[in-house]
Design a protein around this ligand. Structure first.
Ligand code: BT5
Length: 315
């Protein structure tokens, strides 16, 4: 969105404003104000013009301008109806030098999971990849992935879905019989040198307003759990939580506390496939920078940095 349009929306957020006042505040001509009002109407904003000036009466359901409007986090939005993978778009933007931008799509035709797995991403989901450049060493990046999982869990709670996190970053819904279904997944990609990240892309996929039948077996959606949600509000909430947990100067340890609050894995018997072999035992904690602590049957505590985790029934 261009700066004038953004400023215009911000000015209209508080109520009616006469055209001349808008022109003055924005430092543009009255004709330029009309032009931007027209452009906003075309994007789906409902703006009435009456005796007391212009008034914003409706915000579009989804899209770049809708997502940026009222977002309490310093991210710009790039929106596509359909794209291969929002992570690929965000990587391209990274290579062009961009930052603090989230690429959002209604549908992905080549969605990616971790380790070259496929991610099914039909229309109606929340498919979003945030590009940031944290001034942190690459070793701390797992914390950012955990923060994204916390962001999904919190936004889910707000729409009435008791979502829990499976280490490191699958978001699940557990039913009364203990069966787990995957609601969301996160794919983090980065480039950097040993002591500093150059760019980081956190790609989050949430099965939002999607039929469970259109997803792989073992998946669920917000629609299946509670009915359709306001994707704009949900994604804004996610971005705000992520920013709050990771903004520069923030104490990154609190990400771990927030993660523990929503964890499904802690206290469970787990089997983790790591690059170095399989580890089985009880998951006792998560520790900086996002590693899982597993107590094996011989009483030893193993610290697992990466791997695929399976929840087992209690031994
Ligand atoms: C993940 O991988 O869970 C990471 C998914 C990240 C998706 C987002 S969407 C926005 C951004 N753009 C992208 O291209 N990707 C990111 P992983 O832990 O490897 O899980 C992948 C596995 O989950 C697959 O092998 C399937 O078994 C299952 N799966 C695929 N699509 C799913 C879906 N929509 N919901 C639930 N499970 C799914």
């Amino acid at each position: 969105m261009n700066e004038t349009r953004r400023a215009l929306l911000a000015a209209l957020a508080d109520g009616s404003v006469p055209g001349p006042t808008l022109a003055e505040r924005l430092g543009v001509s009255r004709a330029a104000v009309w032009k931007q009002v027209d452009a906003l109407r075309e994007e789906g904003f409902e703006i009435e013009s009456g005796d007391d000036g212009y008034r914003l009466v409706g915000v579009p359901e989804y899209g770049a301008a809708a997502l940026e409007f009222g977002l309490d986090a310093p991210y710009a939005v790039e929106y596509h109806d359909r794209v291969a993978s929002t992570n690929d778009c965000a990587r391209e933007l990274a290579e062009e030098g961009a930052s603090d931008i989230v690429v959002v799509a209604d549908e992905q035709t080549g969605g990616r999971g971790r380790l070259a797995r496929r991610w099914t991403a039909p229309k109606g989901g929340i498919w979003a990849s945030l590009l940031v450049r944290p001034r942190r060493p690459p070793a701390e990046i797992p914390l950012y992935t955990l923060a994204a999982a916390v962001a999904v869990a919190r936004a889910s709670h707000e729409v009435g879905v008791d979502a829990r996190i499976k280490w490191p970053n699958d978001v699940l819904v557990v039913d009364a019989s203990g069966r787990e279904r995957k609601l969301a997944g996160i794919l983090t990609e980065m480039e950097g040198e040993a002591d500093r990240v150059s760019w980081l892309v956190v790609g989050t996929g949430v099965n939002a307003n999607v039929d469970a039948d259109d997803l792989p077996p073992g998946a669920t959606s917000l629609r299946a759990e509670v009915g359709d949600v306001d994707r704009r509000a949900f994604l804004q909430r996610m971005l705000e939580t992520f920013h709050e947990l990771t903004s520069d100067g923030a104490n990154l340890d609190r990400i771990l506390d927030a993660w523990r609050e929503h964890a499904a894995t802690l206290g469970r018997r787990v089997r983790v496939e790591t690059p170095g072999g399989v580890i089985e035992g009880d998951a006792v904690d998560v520790q900086f920078p996002g590693s899982l602590v597993v107590r094996t049957d011989d009483g030893e505590e193993r610290v697992v940095h990466a791997g695929d985790c399976e929840h087992l029934r209690p031994a």
